[in-house]
Design a protein around this ligand. Structure first.
Ligand code: ANZ
Length: 980
């Protein structure tokens, strides 16, 4: 029977759509299961075959869980705000909403073609006002919250105000920017503006001046994880350090919870390690040093207070505000010039340049509280202002950077630890290091010494034990257009949140997507973007008078805002009253399986854990962690096609043209006959009287004069390495007259495995594969390529093998063109094949080992074909087992078997061990150690039963030839050994 994948797939996609097969209901007594994909950013390029890899895996899992009787939530949506649509808008004037809409339509069409079992009715888009209304609402909740360290959770700002009214800042343990001290009276008598200023110090969404990664090329600030090697991740524009007023999110309040929570997550270890490293917890102490002849004190953060006896100087970050007061007159020039010099370096440069230490002496001295020695105070850019206190006590005998610095400036080096190899490592205490030269620490090991010295520091009242985190608060503003407006207006320069009733604060129309002439973000171009406080509405920008009508925030939210909570919205996507009904977030709870790329390790996955924890603290949801199990799918790599191109300009016509030489000839370009062939091409326009000299002209070609260029893989003939030269000429105008040096009449391309990307022309479009081989084939093939987590190259040629399998599978149900199904009881052998498969597939799915299932399908179908199976009991079960992987063909077969409902909710066949048990064993029978023949016996016999039968067996009696056996050794299911 002809396997008409096109018709079958179209019919079933239509059926699923019309019957809303995958629409998930919340009203069921089935247990829930939530399978989520990281939602895509709908780019203009559409999907390539690398994108669906994770979606296919999650779809198989979701379908399997439905067969297992779960109520499965498997939604999809779009992360549809972001830079590329806006860059495109700047270039073309096209509104980003328009291109976004077009891109989404294309994505949806492509995804539907692959037959995903998404509940499309829950589709969401972060750029929809109905969605970002709730992103803005969450922002307001964050603005209206502070972090109470005593209860270890976020609480409403109203409770903080109550505390201030009763006790001032006394007895308050909060996460804050600056330590503030005031009484209840002072609070009450403070002006409204001052009170707001104080509150901003505690809010979880706050505004402060921060050093940011400013990217002039993109006109915006970028988060640390959006910067790679000093350039923007998107677009590769240079990034500089700049101080700006920015919205920030106090994620650092959650550092400890983010760290601890990792322990209970079923996530890949490298991902957990990345988060742990990013959070960067260090335990140590803050120690305060007196400064000679000054009222100033210097606090340092150290992880090694046990080395304080060896601290011989102090180093401040150049930006440390103490520098000004501590620099003596005579050193001012040197210090200022050094500050000027380092201000040009980024933090990253400062950290990475460990070899070249530099600095300047302030002229002041601190006192070591334990040795009473003078410690000269220096500034140096290896000390960062944003970490710890922006000052270090330098221990040159035990810290590498301090050591280099001491050498350069000829400072004292005092050894206080013996055997200090691996001194910075956590495993340090297992080494033999002991303290020396340090009074009461002598002979102690690291941990003992550390606790003892911290106790001593606390006793002396010069510091305390503390924990530091490398993680910083997350910057939350973008000076861009295509993002969520921040629901904030300014009164006397102080930010106030809009009332929730004013949400959504819709993204206004602007004429230009570029910053204004005054350097304001693009929203500064909006004509209607003022807040009328009394009438509670958005009015014309011209009406802003700072009395009744106030300016709104002009920056927008970063890309990660919408993606930090979308998994909650899927639970109740159309709710207009709340972001998600609490009963529903209780029912769906955590995402049970989350699949996506490893590039989101420290961005999205930290931000969304943070928001989720916050939402829990404020009582909106009940679970602390959003994603229970997470898998990072590997990448599908492209097989780039490369050609060797030689550019030349015709000496007579002046026209430039190209010659392409086939792959295996590249090292022979200067040999005959190729050199003559190329000469002829290059000099073909010379007047005829000169052709003779042209042929003898000294054209010398080296292979390196040929450039390797990417050619589009769609220009290759039928998935081979041969270039279709006609298609190549039509590909681009500059190649219209291209000439070729062929081998065996063909142009052969070089192939290289690279990341699949539009710029490398190695992108394979899933639409083409679905057209030619079908979605089921694509799905099976993507899984078949290798383990899900690994990266693997795409090879279109491999598809035909899987396609062949599908044809064979389909035809198992047919005899020629007739569907032929027998109602007879299957044979033991048939059952064995089926149950071997069930066992394997169940185990594979549990282990996310989808590639091995595909090979098991192939084996099973081959064996059933050999057995000429046509029994209903086998074929029905087989269709269900294969259906999560190849749903269209299985739906078709299921219907052909006489069913009228979707196969999707059929119970997954249960594995039964009994079918795998061998019922007959071939016993090797040995006489005095020599094997003579095999004896077939039922498998469930005991040793004595076997002996009884054996001693009556004709062939055995013959071997014994009348002798009485001395000994019979029987191992049931294994051997019979007779000694006589
Ligand atoms: C004395 C000492 C002795 C240190 C020793 C280390 C080794 P982590 O583990 O990353 O937290 N430090 C503190 N603040 C700094 C800043 N703003 N910029 C640069 N370095 C800073 O590192 C903490 C250690 O880094 C601290 O412990 C401090 O040097 C330095 F044998 O103090 B240590």
């Amino acid at each position: 029977m002809f396997y008409d994948h096109k018709k079958i797939e179209k019919d079933w996609q239509k059926f699923w759509e019309e019957n809303q097969t995958y629409k998930t209901t919340d009203k069921t007594d089935k247990p829930k299961f939530y399978v989520l994909d990281m939602f895509p950013y709908p780019s203009g390029a559409g999907l390539h075959v690398g994108h669906p890899l994770g979606y296919i895996a999650s779809d198989i899992y979701a379908r399997y869980k439905r067969h297992e009787g779960f109520n499965v939530l498997h939604p999809i949506g779009y992360d549809s705000f972001g830079l590329p649509a806006e860059q495109y808008a700047i270039q073309t004037g096209q509104h980003p909403a328009v291109t976004t809409e077009e891109n989404i339509a294309r994505y949806e069409q492509q995804m539907r073609k692959i037959g995903f079992s998404f509940d499309w009715s829950r589709e969401l888009r972060t750029s929809d006002a109905a969605y970002y209304k709730w992103t803005q609402w969450i922002f307001i909740q964050l603005f209206d919250s502070w972090y109470n360290k005593s209860t270890d959770k976020a609480e409403p700002i109203s409770e903080l105000i109550l505390h201030f009214e009763n006790e001032g800042s006394e007895n308050l343990s909060a996460v804050q920017n600056d330590q503030l001290n005031f009484t209840a009276e002072e609070w009450k008598s403070a002006s409204e503006l001052d009170q707001q200023d104080i509150l901003l110090n505690y809010r979880l969404a706050y505004r402060a001046e921060t050093t940011v990664n400013w990217c002039p090329g993109l006109g915006t600030v970028l988060a640390n994880d959006e910067v790679k090697d000093g350039k923007s991740e998107r677009g590769g524009f240079p990034v500089f350090q700049k101080k700006m007023m920015q919205w920030s999110m106090r994620i650092t309040a959650y550092s400890e919870r983010l760290l601890k929570g990792l322990q209970n997550l079923d996530w890949p270890q490298p991902l957990k390690d990345a988060q742990e490293y990013w959070i960067g917890k260090s335990q140590g102490a803050i120690v305060t040093f007196d400064v000679e002849d000054s009222v100033e004190k210097i606090s340092v953060f150290t992880t090694r207070p046990d080395t304080i006896f060896g601290a011989t100087f102090i180093v401040l970050a150049p930006e440390n505000p103490l520098v000004e007061n501590l620099t003596i007159e005579g050193q001012k020039e040197e210090v200022e010039s050094y500050i000027e010099q380092t201000s040009k370096k980024t933090e990253r440069d400062r950290m990475s340049d460990v070899k070249n230490v530099s600095g300047a002496f302030t002229g002041s001295y601190a006192l070591n509280p334990f040795t009473n020695q003078e410690m000269p105070i220096y500034i140096s850019d290896y000390v960062l202002m944003g970490y710890g206190t922006g000052a270090v006590m330098a221990v040159p005998a035990h810290d590498e950077r301090d050591h280099r610095f001491a050498k350069k400036f000829d400072l004292n080096i005092v050894n206080v630890i013996e055997n200090d190899n691996d001194i910075q490592e956590e495993s340090f205490d297992s080494k033999d290091s002991v303290c020396v030269n340090s009074e009461f620490l002598n002979g102690l090991k690291y941990h003992e010494a550390k606790s003892l010295i911290i106790a001593e520091i606390e006793k002396k009242n010069i510091g305390h034990g503390t924990t530091n985190y490398r993680q910083r608060d997350a910057i939350f503003s973008r000076q861009r257009y295509w993002g969520e407006p921040v629901p904030i207006y300014y009164k006397d320069g102080m930010p106030y949140s809009l009332p929730v009733s004013a949400l959504p604060l819709e993204l206004p129309e602007v004429e230009k997507y570029l910053p204004t002439e005054d350097g304001d973000p693009p929203l500064g171009n909006a004509k209607t973007f003022g807040w009328d406080e009394a009438n509670q509405k958005i009015v014309s920008t011209d009406l802003i008078d700072d009395e009744n009508v106030f300016p709104l925030e002009l920056s927008t939210m970063p890309g990660w805002a919408g993606s930090s909570w979308y998994f909650l919205r899927y639970m109740d996507p159309n709710n207009k009253e709340v972001f998600t009904d609490k009963n529903l977030s209780d029912y769906w709870g955590q995402v049970d399986l989350y699949i996506g790329g490893s590039e989101h390790a420290t961005g999205h996955l930290l931000y969304s854990r943070f928001w989720n924890m916050f939402m829990k603290d404020r009582g909106y949801i009940n679970h602390e962690e959003p994603f229970k199990k997470l898998i990072n799918q590997g990448m599908i790599l492209g097989m780039s096609a490369l050609a060797y191109r030689f550019n030349y300009s015709d000496t007579i016509t002046g026209k430039s043209n190209v010659i392409l030489i086939s792959k295996n000839l590249i090292n022979q370009v200067n040999e005959e006959p190729y050199i003559s062939e190329i000469s002829k091409m290059v000099f073909k326009n010379l007047p005829s009287d000169k052709t003779g000299s042209a042929a003898n002209s000294p054209l010398v070609l080296r292979s390196d004069l040929f450039q390797k260029i990417h050619v589009d893989v769609s220009l290759l003939k039928g998935g081979t390495d041969e270039l279709d030269t006609e298609k190549f000429k039509n590909w681009r105008s500059e190649y219209a007259d291209a000439e070729f040096i062929l081998e065996d009449g063909k142009y052969i391309c070089e192939r290289e495995v690279e990341k699949m990307s539009k710029s490398k022309y190695n992108v394979v479009n899933p639409d083409d594969i679905c057209e030619e081989y079908g979605a089921d084939c694509l799905r099976l093939y993507e899984m078949f390529l290798g383990p899900l987590e690994q990266s693997k190259p795409w090879n279109t040629q491999g598809l035909s093998g899987v396609y062949g399998f599908l044809k064979k599978f389909y035809n198992l149900y047919y005899n020629e063109d007739v569907l032929e199904i027998s109602e007879e009881e299957p044979t033991k052998e048939e059952y064995k094949v089926l149950h071997t498969l069930i066992k394997k597939v169940v185990a594979d799915i549990a282990n996310f080992s989808f590639n091995t299932s595909v090979s098991s399908f192939m084996i099973a179908v081959n064996e059933l074909q050999k057995l000429k199976t046509n029994k209903r009991k086998i074929l029905e079960a087989l269709a269900i087992v294969v259906s999560p992987y190849a749903p269209h063909i299985c739906e078709e077969l299921w219907r052909n078997l006489g069913h009228h409902t979707s196969i999707e909710f059929e119970k997954f066949p249960e594995f039964e061990e009994k079918y795998l048990v061998e019922d007959e064993i071939q016993y090797p029978v040995s006489f005095n150690g020599k094997m003579k023949f095999k004896l077939a016996l039922p498998s469930d016999l005991t040793a004595s039963q076997i002996e009884e039968i054996a001693l009556k067996d004709e062939r055995i009696l013959q071997q014994l030839a009348g002798n009485h056996p001395k000994k019979i050794i029987i191992v049931p299911k294994k051997i019979i050994n007779i000694v006589f």
